[in-house]
Ligand binder design. Sequence first.
Ligand code: DQA
Length: 149
Amino acid sequence: MLKILVIHGPNLNLLGTREVDIYGKTTIKDINKSLEKTAKEENVELEIEQTNHEGEIVSLIGGAKGKFDAILINPAAYTHTSVAIRDAVSAIDIPTVEVHLSNIYAREEFRHTSLIAPAAAGQISGFGLDSYILGLKAAISAIKGKNKK
Ligand code: DQA
């Protein structure tokens, strides 16, 4: 069975109460439940992690080689700052899909740049919980050789 690593970055554990005007009331538990439901339908296995620590994200990505077929990641604020996460994505030969709940291009200018996106297979931004579901489906397509990077 295909295995996909899902990584939620910093502050996403606070979803549901965090800036609800931007992120809505969806919690990380809701997202994970929807992801697991879709994974079951698509016959793939997920491992889901959340961490607030950049180095931990780097280690999770580096450790994915040989264990996972794709990575689905919301790098959260590290999207805009982390050369280390980008380099980790570039270092592994596993399709990586970047997702964001909000449309980062419709927000403050500092959010318009993703350091991760050029190393990723693609990015989905702005569809709330659906960004994750679309991202999971894109990751599965990428594994199967469509849109592979
Ligand atoms: C986010 C967008 C980032 O700019 C922000 O720092 C987040 C969440 C999103 O999912 O919309 O923490 O990645």
